[in-house]
Design a protein around this ligand. Structure first.
Ligand SMILES: [Zn+2]
Length: 306
């Protein structure tokens, strides 16, 4: 079975805390997603591996993942070695994900950084045909995901990009709350841990709000804006493709002097099904309504003068 996105992490609940919003947003866009946990989380202070497995299954249903597997590596003691890499390569080749989401590159829990390196190394090795693996007796084909992205966990790491998970926030939190054995439960008699303190879930929300509030745009500029401001800026870039520039030309007319300057043509904007994203030159069938219809919608929503 081929997946679009495969989230692989050290412990059941890492995915829910770290990237379940991203999974849900892509699920809604039609992506096929799956989850692989390396361990049963058997060293967790609270709960039991059986309970944790039931909670992980309940979370899988909320997240709409088509598969959730557990490789049953030793919690706390798995290593980045050939044995563990081969198990992961088998799983990566089995599901052929385009994108892998995985643990933070370094974190409070030592398993997270170690898993991150083990998983990203395995994604690379999975693309080497001379590493032979079999599934149900059949030789597997080499497969390397196009991208491996690391989510942020306990320790703050400056992100390279942010995914807006506002529309799925409640589902994300629901997928976390099913881990009743791990997080705050006023009736629990189990020892208090770092993540079962009453304020932990507020911390998760607080960090998400902070990230949503402040994003560098354009990348590398040092200017930080919120998502709404960025949506406005991007919309206006698209709208400008159809507006007259300082030379009195419209980028969407490309290099055609007749379209740019002939009074019979210059103000008649064709509808292009698609166009060049940088220059705006029409590429696709004209007199269609696809992309250009999007621009009309953006003009409606965003003031072109922002
Ligand atoms: Zn973890």
């Amino acid at each position: 079975m081929k997946l679009d996105i495969l989230a692989i992490s050290a412990h059941p609940d890492d995915v829910e805390l770290g990237c379940s919003g991203t999974l849900l947003v892509h699920l809604q866009a039609g992506a096929k997603i799956g989850i692989i946990d390396l361990t049963l989380g058997e060293l967790g202070t609270r709960g039991t591996p059986t309970l944790r497995a039931q909670e992980a299954e309940a979370a899988r249903i909320i997240l709409g993942a088509v598969i959730r597997e557990n490789l049953e590596f030793a919690d706390g003691f798995f290593e980045n070695n050939r044995t563990h890499q081969i198990k992961l390569i088998e799983a990566i080749r089995k599901y052929q994900p385009d994108i892998v989401l995985t643990n933070a590159v370094e974190d409070r829990h030592p398993d997270h950084g170690r898993a991150s390196k083990l998983i990203s190394d395995s994604c690379f090795f999975s693309g080497l045909a001379k590493i032979e693996t079999r599934s149900q007796g059949k030789m597997q084909t080499a497969w390397r995901p196009k991208a491996v992205y690391h989510f942020i966990q306990d320790r703050l790491i400056k992100p390279d990009f942010i995914v807006d998970v506002t529309p799925v926030w409640e589902q994300k939190m629901a997928s976390i709350r099913v881990y009743k054995s791990q997080f705050h439960d006023p009736d629990s008699k189990e020892p208090l841990t770092h993540i079962s303190q009453p304020d932990f879930l507020n911390f998760i929300e607080g960090r998400a709000r902070e990230f949503g509030h402040s994003i560098e745009y354009p990348t590398g500029s040092g200017v930080e804006l919120n998502l709404k401001q960025i949506a406005g800026k991007l919309s206006n870039r698209l709208i400008r493709i159809f507006q007259l520039n300082e030379k009195g030309e419209r980028p969407c007319m490309g290099n055609n002097p007749k379209f740019q300057h002939d009074p019979h043509f210059k103000d008649h904007i064709l509808f292009y099904e698609y166009f060049h994203g940088e220059t705006g030159a029409g590429l696709g069938a004209s007199h269609q309504t696809g992309w250009t219809g999007l621009i009309a919608d953006l003009i409606d929503k965003y003031d072109p003068c922002v």
